[in-house]
Ligand binder design. Structure first.
Ligand code: 5RP
Length: 218
């Protein structure tokens, strides 16, 4: 199985977690794109979706799935999203697609975070994947200096503007022993919108695409 086939296997399995007559929280990325394609097959059984990015909104609407403003929704049963890295404790690095802030907001509203990922995303310790940090543009250099003090090597993701009009610093070489604490510490830097550590609110369930098919963990 290719990596993309494993992503697709995980995405298809996630359909089993979608309850009829609900609004579904939808993440961003290539794994989620498979999920959106699959969700279209049951679009008449759901009310619609809340989306975490302009890209996912576009794909959902192309499939005829209604996209609701999060402000009009009190709660979501399920949020389905991918990850760049995930540990056995279901802490994650996300934001490879620069959608981390809206992803974190929609995830906060959901009762259950279902992570769909291929098996290459499973790690013992987070940090080989550079940690994305969304930053208000005028604070970029200041935040970069503060991130160096935390032991990282921030790199400006050139040419990328987030859906919120901000920039991304990708922080290399962090040793993320305590992901919850680092998530809090980075978010405390003035000018940071949020960072791609999803540890304080990690996933509840992992659907892992493996060469043997999709496995539900947790
Ligand atoms: C986007 C994300 C994605 O979930 C993450 O980058 C994984 O992407 P993919 O499914 O393409 O491997 O956090 O901001």
């Amino acid at each position: 199985m290719t990596q993309d086939e494993m992503k697709k296997a995980a995405a298809l399995k996630a359909l089993e977690f979608i309850k009829p007559d609900t609004i579904v929280g939808v993440g961003t990325g290539s794994t989620v794109n498979h999920f959106i394609d699959a969700l279209a097959s049951m679009k008449n059984q759901i009310v619609g979706a809340v989306s975490s990015s302009d890209a996912s909104t576009k794909l959902l609407e192309q499939h005829g799935i209604e996209v609701f403003d999060l402000n009009s929704v009190d709660t979501l049963d399920v949020y389905v999203d991918g990850a760049d890295e995930i540990t056995e404790h279901f802490a994650m690095i996300k934001g490879g697609g620069a959608a981390l802030t809206r992803e974190k907001i929609v995830a906060a509203v959901a009762k259950e975070f279902i992570c769909i990922a291929d098996s290459s995303k499973q790690v013992d310790i987070l940090g080989d994947f550079p940690l994305p940090v969304e930053v208000i543009p005028m604070a970029r250099s200041y935040v970069a200096r503060e991130l160096v003090k935390l032991g990282g090597d921030p790199v400006y993701r050139e040419g990328v503007v987030t859906d919120n009009g901000n920039v991304i610093l990708d922080v290399h070489n962090l040793k993320i022993i305590d992901p919850k604490q680092l998530e809090v510490d980075i978010n405390a830097i003035v000018g940071v919108v949020t960072n791609g550590l999803f540890a304080c609110r990690g996933a509840n369930t992992l659907i892992l695409g493996t060469p043997e098919g999709a496995k539900v963990i947790g």
